[in-house]
Design a protein around this ligand. Structure first.
Ligand SMILES: NC(=O)c1ccc[n+]([C@@H]2O[C@H](COP(=O)([O-])OP(=O)(O)OC[C@H]3O[C@@H](n4cnc5c(N)ncnc54)[C@H](OP(=O)(O)O)[C@@H]3O)[C@@H](O)[C@H]2O)c1
Length: 293
Protein backbone atom coordinates (compact mmCIF):
# COMPACT_ATOMS: atom_id res chain seq x y z
CA UNK A 1 0.00 0.00 0.00
CA UNK A 2 1.03 3.63 -0.48
CA UNK A 3 0.54 5.08 2.99
CA UNK A 4 0.51 8.75 3.96
CA UNK A 5 1.49 9.31 7.60
CA UNK A 6 1.11 12.52 9.60
CA UNK A 7 3.27 12.69 12.73
CA UNK A 8 5.69 10.26 11.09
CA UNK A 9 8.66 12.02 12.73
CA UNK A 10 7.20 11.73 16.25
CA UNK A 11 7.75 9.14 18.94
CA UNK A 12 5.14 6.65 17.76
CA UNK A 13 5.53 7.61 14.09
CA UNK A 14 9.26 6.82 14.26
CA UNK A 15 8.35 3.24 15.15
CA UNK A 16 5.42 3.03 12.72
CA UNK A 17 7.44 4.09 9.65
CA UNK A 18 9.97 1.20 9.81
CA UNK A 19 7.16 -1.19 10.69
CA UNK A 20 5.29 -0.18 7.50
CA UNK A 21 8.40 -0.21 5.32
CA UNK A 22 9.39 -3.60 6.72
CA UNK A 23 6.00 -4.98 5.67
CA UNK A 24 6.59 -3.78 2.09
CA UNK A 25 4.49 -0.60 2.10
CA UNK A 26 5.52 2.71 0.51
CA UNK A 27 5.44 5.49 3.08
CA UNK A 28 5.20 9.25 2.66
CA UNK A 29 5.40 11.29 5.84
CA UNK A 30 4.23 14.84 6.46
CA UNK A 31 7.17 16.97 7.65
CA UNK A 32 6.92 20.56 8.80
CA UNK A 33 10.66 21.17 9.30
CA UNK A 34 14.00 20.30 7.73
CA UNK A 35 14.85 18.20 10.78
CA UNK A 36 11.65 16.14 10.49
CA UNK A 37 12.15 15.74 6.74
CA UNK A 38 15.73 14.54 7.27
CA UNK A 39 14.52 12.04 9.87
CA UNK A 40 11.97 10.58 7.47
CA UNK A 41 14.45 10.39 4.60
CA UNK A 42 16.96 8.63 6.85
CA UNK A 43 14.27 6.09 7.72
CA UNK A 44 13.63 5.43 4.03
CA UNK A 45 10.28 7.22 3.76
CA UNK A 46 9.18 9.82 1.22
CA UNK A 47 8.52 13.36 2.43
CA UNK A 48 5.60 15.71 1.87
CA UNK A 49 6.55 19.11 3.24
CA UNK A 50 3.83 20.95 5.17
CA UNK A 51 1.98 21.20 8.43
CA UNK A 52 -1.40 20.07 9.70
CA UNK A 53 -2.66 23.56 9.03
CA UNK A 54 -1.90 23.24 5.27
CA UNK A 55 -5.15 21.60 4.26
CA UNK A 56 -4.25 21.49 0.54
CA UNK A 57 -1.13 19.52 1.45
CA UNK A 58 -3.19 17.06 3.52
CA UNK A 59 -5.61 16.65 0.59
CA UNK A 60 -2.70 15.94 -1.75
CA UNK A 61 -1.12 13.47 0.68
CA UNK A 62 -4.37 11.55 1.18
CA UNK A 63 -5.34 11.78 -2.49
CA UNK A 64 -2.19 9.98 -3.58
CA UNK A 65 -2.43 7.25 -0.96
CA UNK A 66 -4.14 3.89 -0.48
CA UNK A 67 -4.36 4.57 3.23
CA UNK A 68 -3.69 7.34 5.75
CA UNK A 69 -2.37 7.17 9.32
CA UNK A 70 -2.92 10.38 11.28
CA UNK A 71 -0.62 10.58 14.31
CA UNK A 72 0.31 14.28 14.34
CA UNK A 73 -0.91 16.30 17.29
CA UNK A 74 0.48 19.50 18.80
CA UNK A 75 2.01 18.69 22.18
CA UNK A 76 2.19 22.24 23.61
CA UNK A 77 -0.17 21.94 26.57
CA UNK A 78 -0.65 25.73 26.66
CA UNK A 79 -2.08 25.57 23.11
CA UNK A 80 -4.36 22.56 23.56
CA UNK A 81 -7.52 24.16 22.18
CA UNK A 82 -5.73 25.22 18.98
CA UNK A 83 -4.25 21.71 18.65
CA UNK A 84 -7.69 20.12 19.04
CA UNK A 85 -9.13 22.42 16.37
CA UNK A 86 -6.26 21.74 13.97
CA UNK A 87 -6.77 18.01 14.58
CA UNK A 88 -10.51 18.35 13.81
CA UNK A 89 -9.84 20.20 10.54
CA UNK A 90 -7.15 17.70 9.55
CA UNK A 91 -9.45 14.71 10.16
CA UNK A 92 -12.27 16.31 8.20
CA UNK A 93 -9.90 17.15 5.30
CA UNK A 94 -8.26 13.71 5.20
CA UNK A 95 -11.69 12.06 5.49
CA UNK A 96 -13.16 14.15 2.66
CA UNK A 97 -10.21 13.25 0.43
CA UNK A 98 -10.88 9.53 1.06
CA UNK A 99 -14.69 9.75 0.93
CA UNK A 100 -16.34 6.90 -0.99
CA UNK A 101 -13.03 5.14 -1.64
CA UNK A 102 -13.19 2.48 1.07
CA UNK A 103 -9.58 3.40 1.86
CA UNK A 104 -8.22 3.38 5.41
CA UNK A 105 -7.93 6.35 7.74
CA UNK A 106 -6.33 5.40 11.06
CA UNK A 107 -6.28 8.02 13.82
CA UNK A 108 -4.58 7.91 17.21
CA UNK A 109 -6.46 8.64 20.39
CA UNK A 110 -6.27 7.67 24.06
CA UNK A 111 -7.81 4.87 26.11
CA UNK A 112 -10.93 5.84 28.10
CA UNK A 113 -11.61 5.54 31.83
CA UNK A 114 -14.25 3.06 33.03
CA UNK A 115 -14.80 4.00 36.69
CA UNK A 116 -14.50 0.93 38.91
CA UNK A 117 -13.63 -1.35 35.99
CA UNK A 118 -11.26 -2.01 33.12
CA UNK A 119 -11.93 0.08 30.00
CA UNK A 120 -12.54 -1.88 26.81
CA UNK A 121 -12.81 -0.96 23.16
CA UNK A 122 -16.59 -0.72 23.71
CA UNK A 123 -16.28 2.11 26.24
CA UNK A 124 -16.77 5.60 24.89
CA UNK A 125 -14.31 8.44 25.30
CA UNK A 126 -15.36 11.34 27.59
CA UNK A 127 -17.84 13.86 26.22
CA UNK A 128 -16.93 16.47 28.85
CA UNK A 129 -13.78 17.58 30.65
CA UNK A 130 -10.31 18.42 29.33
CA UNK A 131 -10.15 15.48 26.89
CA UNK A 132 -13.61 15.97 25.37
CA UNK A 133 -12.41 17.88 22.30
CA UNK A 134 -9.90 15.21 21.35
CA UNK A 135 -12.54 12.54 21.97
CA UNK A 136 -14.98 14.31 19.66
CA UNK A 137 -12.30 14.27 16.94
CA UNK A 138 -11.84 10.51 17.30
CA UNK A 139 -15.62 10.06 17.08
CA UNK A 140 -15.70 12.26 13.96
CA UNK A 141 -13.02 10.04 12.39
CA UNK A 142 -15.00 6.89 13.18
CA UNK A 143 -18.20 8.42 11.79
CA UNK A 144 -16.43 8.71 8.40
CA UNK A 145 -17.24 4.99 8.08
CA UNK A 146 -20.71 6.12 6.99
CA UNK A 147 -19.09 8.13 4.17
CA UNK A 148 -17.20 5.23 2.64
CA UNK A 149 -13.95 5.59 4.57
CA UNK A 150 -12.43 2.54 6.31
CA UNK A 151 -11.78 4.60 9.41
CA UNK A 152 -10.43 3.25 12.69
CA UNK A 153 -9.11 4.65 15.96
CA UNK A 154 -6.07 3.18 17.69
CA UNK A 155 -6.34 4.20 21.31
CA UNK A 156 -2.93 4.58 22.92
CA UNK A 157 -2.57 4.00 26.68
CA UNK A 158 -1.17 6.65 29.06
CA UNK A 159 2.36 5.40 28.56
CA UNK A 160 3.81 4.43 25.19
CA UNK A 161 7.29 3.60 26.43
CA UNK A 162 10.59 2.42 25.00
CA UNK A 163 14.22 3.27 24.42
CA UNK A 164 14.53 6.86 23.15
CA UNK A 165 11.38 8.21 24.85
CA UNK A 166 12.46 11.65 26.09
CA UNK A 167 9.12 13.50 26.12
CA UNK A 168 6.44 11.01 27.14
CA UNK A 169 4.75 10.97 30.53
CA UNK A 170 7.29 8.55 32.04
CA UNK A 171 10.16 10.81 30.95
CA UNK A 172 8.29 13.70 32.56
CA UNK A 173 7.79 11.80 35.82
CA UNK A 174 11.54 11.10 35.90
CA UNK A 175 12.31 14.78 35.29
CA UNK A 176 9.94 15.84 38.09
CA UNK A 177 11.48 13.27 40.47
CA UNK A 178 14.99 14.60 39.70
CA UNK A 179 13.88 18.22 40.20
CA UNK A 180 12.04 17.56 43.47
CA UNK A 181 14.38 14.98 44.96
CA UNK A 182 11.53 12.53 45.53
CA UNK A 183 9.91 9.96 43.24
CA UNK A 184 6.30 10.88 43.83
CA UNK A 185 2.86 9.36 43.43
CA UNK A 186 -0.56 10.76 44.25
CA UNK A 187 -2.59 9.45 47.21
CA UNK A 188 -1.58 5.86 48.07
CA UNK A 189 -0.28 5.30 44.52
CA UNK A 190 -2.73 2.50 43.79
CA UNK A 191 -4.11 4.21 40.67
CA UNK A 192 -3.13 2.26 37.57
CA UNK A 193 -2.00 3.37 34.13
CA UNK A 194 -2.23 1.15 31.07
CA UNK A 195 0.95 1.03 29.00
CA UNK A 196 2.45 -0.36 25.82
CA UNK A 197 5.92 -0.68 24.37
CA UNK A 198 6.26 1.57 21.32
CA UNK A 199 7.50 -1.43 19.29
CA UNK A 200 4.21 -3.21 20.09
CA UNK A 201 2.09 -0.14 19.31
CA UNK A 202 3.59 0.17 15.82
CA UNK A 203 2.44 -3.26 14.52
CA UNK A 204 -1.09 -2.53 15.72
CA UNK A 205 -1.14 0.71 13.72
CA UNK A 206 0.07 -1.28 10.70
CA UNK A 207 -2.61 -3.94 11.18
CA UNK A 208 -5.23 -1.20 11.48
CA UNK A 209 -4.32 0.41 8.16
CA UNK A 210 -4.07 -2.98 6.46
CA UNK A 211 -7.09 -4.78 7.86
CA UNK A 212 -9.33 -2.99 10.37
CA UNK A 213 -12.94 -2.81 9.28
CA UNK A 214 -14.68 0.58 9.03
CA UNK A 215 -15.49 2.04 12.44
CA UNK A 216 -13.11 -0.20 14.43
CA UNK A 217 -11.90 0.91 17.84
CA UNK A 218 -8.61 -0.71 18.82
CA UNK A 219 -6.65 -0.67 22.08
CA UNK A 220 -2.84 -0.67 21.88
CA UNK A 221 -2.60 -1.90 25.45
CA UNK A 222 0.19 -4.19 26.63
CA UNK A 223 0.06 -3.71 30.43
CA UNK A 224 -3.57 -3.49 31.54
CA UNK A 225 -2.77 -1.37 34.56
CA UNK A 226 0.53 -0.59 36.29
CA UNK A 227 0.14 0.95 39.79
CA UNK A 228 1.73 4.41 39.87
CA UNK A 229 3.38 3.43 43.18
CA UNK A 230 5.29 0.66 41.35
CA UNK A 231 6.39 3.11 38.64
CA UNK A 232 7.56 5.56 41.33
CA UNK A 233 9.44 2.77 43.14
CA UNK A 234 11.50 1.82 40.05
CA UNK A 235 12.20 5.47 39.24
CA UNK A 236 13.26 6.02 42.87
CA UNK A 237 15.60 3.02 42.79
CA UNK A 238 17.30 4.22 39.62
CA UNK A 239 17.68 7.81 40.84
CA UNK A 240 18.52 6.81 44.41
CA UNK A 241 15.50 8.72 45.71
CA UNK A 242 12.74 7.65 48.04
CA UNK A 243 9.28 7.02 46.60
CA UNK A 244 6.55 8.87 48.47
CA UNK A 245 3.06 10.32 48.20
CA UNK A 246 3.13 14.00 47.17
CA UNK A 247 0.29 16.50 46.52
CA UNK A 248 -1.23 16.21 43.03
CA UNK A 249 -0.50 19.94 42.46
CA UNK A 250 3.24 19.20 42.55
CA UNK A 251 2.86 17.39 39.23
CA UNK A 252 1.13 20.23 37.36
CA UNK A 253 -1.28 18.89 34.71
CA UNK A 254 0.12 15.37 35.29
CA UNK A 255 -1.36 15.36 38.81
CA UNK A 256 -4.88 14.75 37.49
CA UNK A 257 -3.70 11.88 35.26
CA UNK A 258 -1.78 10.28 38.13
CA UNK A 259 -4.78 10.35 40.44
CA UNK A 260 -7.18 8.52 38.11
CA UNK A 261 -7.33 4.72 38.13
CA UNK A 262 -7.60 3.92 34.41
CA UNK A 263 -6.78 0.31 33.54
CA UNK A 264 -7.65 -0.74 30.01
CA UNK A 265 -7.82 -4.03 28.14
CA UNK A 266 -6.93 -5.01 24.58
CA UNK A 267 -8.70 -8.39 24.54
CA UNK A 268 -11.14 -7.39 21.79
CA UNK A 269 -8.32 -5.95 19.68
CA UNK A 270 -6.38 -9.21 19.96
CA UNK A 271 -9.50 -11.13 18.96
CA UNK A 272 -10.18 -8.85 15.99
CA UNK A 273 -6.68 -8.56 14.53
CA UNK A 274 -4.62 -11.26 16.25
CA UNK A 275 -2.36 -8.56 17.73
CA UNK A 276 -0.24 -9.70 20.68
CA UNK A 277 2.27 -7.46 22.48
CA UNK A 278 5.67 -9.18 22.78
CA UNK A 279 7.99 -6.42 24.01
CA UNK A 280 8.77 -5.67 27.69
CA UNK A 281 6.08 -4.24 29.92
CA UNK A 282 6.56 -0.84 31.55
CA UNK A 283 8.21 -1.98 34.80
CA UNK A 284 10.62 -4.31 32.98
CA UNK A 285 11.41 -1.59 30.43
CA UNK A 286 12.09 0.95 33.21
CA UNK A 287 14.34 -1.63 34.86
CA UNK A 288 16.55 -1.73 31.76
CA UNK A 289 17.90 1.70 32.68
CA UNK A 290 17.73 3.51 29.32
CA UNK A 291 15.33 6.10 30.77
CA UNK A 292 18.06 7.11 33.24
CA UNK A 293 21.10 7.18 30.96
N1 LIG B 1 2.98 8.84 23.32
C1 LIG B 1 1.96 8.54 24.10
O1 LIG B 1 2.17 8.05 25.22
C2 LIG B 1 0.52 8.75 23.62
C3 LIG B 1 -0.54 8.38 24.46
C4 LIG B 1 -1.85 8.59 24.03
C5 LIG B 1 -2.09 9.12 22.77
N2 LIG B 1 -1.03 9.49 21.96
C6 LIG B 1 -1.32 10.08 20.63
O2 LIG B 1 -0.58 9.40 19.62
C7 LIG B 1 -0.20 10.33 18.60
C8 LIG B 1 1.29 10.28 18.39
O3 LIG B 1 1.91 10.61 19.63
P1 LIG B 1 3.49 10.78 19.77
O4 LIG B 1 3.82 10.44 21.18
O5 LIG B 1 4.19 10.09 18.68
O6 LIG B 1 3.64 12.36 19.60
P2 LIG B 1 4.98 13.23 19.37
O7 LIG B 1 6.20 12.43 19.62
O8 LIG B 1 4.78 14.50 20.12
O9 LIG B 1 4.93 13.53 17.81
C9 LIG B 1 3.98 14.41 17.29
C10 LIG B 1 4.13 14.41 15.80
O10 LIG B 1 3.18 15.31 15.26
C11 LIG B 1 3.84 16.25 14.44
N3 LIG B 1 3.12 17.52 14.52
C12 LIG B 1 2.67 18.15 15.62
N4 LIG B 1 2.03 19.28 15.27
C13 LIG B 1 2.08 19.34 13.92
C14 LIG B 1 1.61 20.27 12.97
N5 LIG B 1 0.96 21.37 13.33
N6 LIG B 1 1.84 20.02 11.66
C15 LIG B 1 2.51 18.90 11.27
N7 LIG B 1 3.00 17.99 12.12
C16 LIG B 1 2.77 18.21 13.44
C17 LIG B 1 5.25 16.34 15.00
O11 LIG B 1 6.11 16.88 14.02
P3 LIG B 1 7.59 17.41 14.39
O12 LIG B 1 8.47 16.17 14.47
O13 LIG B 1 7.94 18.28 13.26
O14 LIG B 1 7.48 18.12 15.71
C18 LIG B 1 5.51 14.88 15.31
O15 LIG B 1 5.83 14.19 14.12
C19 LIG B 1 -0.72 11.69 19.04
O16 LIG B 1 -1.98 11.89 18.47
C20 LIG B 1 -0.84 11.53 20.54
O17 LIG B 1 -1.76 12.41 21.13
C21 LIG B 1 0.27 9.31 22.35
Amino acid sequence: MRIFVTGASGWIGSAVVPELLGAGHQVTGLARSDASAAKLEAAGAGVLRGSLEDLDTLRAGAGGADGVIHLAFGQDFTQMEAAVQADARAIETLGAALEGSGKALVVASGTPVAPGGVATERDDLPSFGPLAGRAANARAALSLAARGVRSSAVRMPRSVHGDGDHRGLIAQLIRIARDRGVSGYVGDGSSRWPAVHVLDAAPLVRLAVEQATAGSVLHAVGDEGVPIRDIAAVIGRHLDLSAASVPAEDFGFLGMLLAIDQPASSALTSELLGWQPVHPGLIEDLGKGHYFA
